[in-house]
Design a binder for this molecule. Structure first.
Ligand SMILES: NC(=O)c1ccc[n+]([C@@H]2O[C@H](COP(=O)([O-])OP(=O)(O)OC[C@H]3O[C@@H](n4cnc5c(N)ncnc54)[C@H](OP(=O)(O)O)[C@@H]3O)[C@@H](O)[C@H]2O)c1
Length: 319
């Protein structure tokens, strides 16, 4: 029996593909937006179980309100996953990074109101949580911790991504309060695990680079990780549980890069490993207790690593 129609923005992406697969397996009818339905990079969506019957692709850019509205019309729920992702080489970051994230989210929210959608789940990031210099040292960050935009501006490299995610998430929650649209946000840490799409996404490099010849030197520091399949379950959970509200941090494992490298060495001695590990950021942590209390659970890190490496081997990415 069909459960209802929901929309997933950026349906062909790494995280969204696993969400579409999960939704189809649970009996949802899915409208997935992609920038180009005929692009071969979205071909995997059509091969998912139940896709022939229950999946419809819509062409939409985040700045194209009409395209988004066409996909959202007729849906009871929306998962807004699409966003420009981590890049440090953008020439006009406000236009390429902040505008699609912020105006794109605003377009999705407005389309939801116009289409009488009941609940919207917005994928944010721990980037919208962790850049807060005033958070007490030693205390795990929770949902009350927000990245400080001024502080983000003092950072180099990926700062525009942090800024874009923070503004977009704040705006989404404020819009919900103002209009009555149910808006729930989820802030994942680094998402890893097997890929459904055929090309490598940014966060999958995290494991790949440590097993390939690509990085001989790597920076130590604390990293938080979550499996892409567990994150998909988290998105469905906050959608389906009526009591879910506000924001949820979604992270399973906190690791030191050095320890992670040692773990990979012990599991895969036949691959390359970073030879030099330089000093990195200080110890810090965050908590997913709110999500765990809602009923979320996650798999062991070893399972994620084994499934990821198997996937890279099968795709010929790792020889
Ligand atoms: N992966 C992580 O470690 C991580 C961690 C925290 C949060 N997140 C968040 O998780 C979500 C999914 O990321 P992902 O890791 O799955 O990355 P991904 O595979 O690169 O997916 C990003 C998706 O957004 C789409 N997109 C980007 N800009 C767009 C635009 N202007 N108009 C329409 N679509 C656009 C992309 O479409 P194209 O394929 O056409 O480019 C793609 O489908 C994002 O919101 C990201 O910020 C990811």
């Amino acid at each position: 029996m069909v459960k209802g129609t929901v929309c997933v923005t950026g349906g062909g992406g790494y995280q969204a593909s696993w969400l579409v697969k999960l939704l189809l397996s649970k009996g949802y009818m899915v409208h997935a937006t992609v920038r180009d339905p005929d692009d071969v990079k979205n071909a995997h969506l059509k091969t998912l179980e139940n896709a022939a019957e229950y999946l419809q692709l819509f062409k939409a850019e985040l700045l194209d309100y009409d395209g988004l509205f066409a996909a959202i019309k007729g849906c009871v729920g929306v998962f807004h996953v699409a966003s420009p992702i981590l890049q440090d080489n953008v020439s006009n970051p406000e236009k390429e990074m902040v505008e699609p994230a912020v105006s794109g989210t605003s377009n999705v929210l407005k389309a939801c109101s116009m289409a009488n959608v009941k609940r919207v789940v917005v994928v944010s990031s721990i980037a919208a949580v962790m850049y807060n210099p005033n958070w007490p040292k030693g205390q795990p960050m929770d949902e009350s911790c927000w990245s400080d935009i001024e502080y983000c501006h003092t950072k180099t490299g990926l700062k525009w991504y942090y800024i874009a995610k923070t503004i977009a998430e704040r705006q989404a929650l404020e819009y919900g309060k103002k209009t009555g649209l149910e808006v729930v946000t989820v802030c994942p840490s680094i998402i890893i695990g097997p890929m459904l799409q055929s090309t490598m996404n940014a966060s999958s490099w995290f494991i790949y680079m440590m097993l390939s010849d690509d990085r001989k030197t790597i920076e130590n520091g604390t990293r938080m990780l979550v499996d892409v399949r567990d994150m998909a379950e988290a998105l469905l959970l906050v959608y389906e549980k009526p009591e879910a509200e506000g924001r949820y941090i979604c992270s399973s494992h906190t690791v030191a890069v050095q320890d992670f490298v040692e773990k990979l060495k012990s599991m895969y001695s036949n691959y390359y490993h970073p030879k030099q590990i330089t000093a990195g950021d200080e110890d810090w942590d965050l908590t997913s207790e709110k999500l765990l209390k809602l009923g979320w659970s996650y798999r062991p890190l070893e399972e994620t690593i084994v499934d990821s490496v198997k996937d890279y081997q099968e795709k010929g990415i790792l020889k």
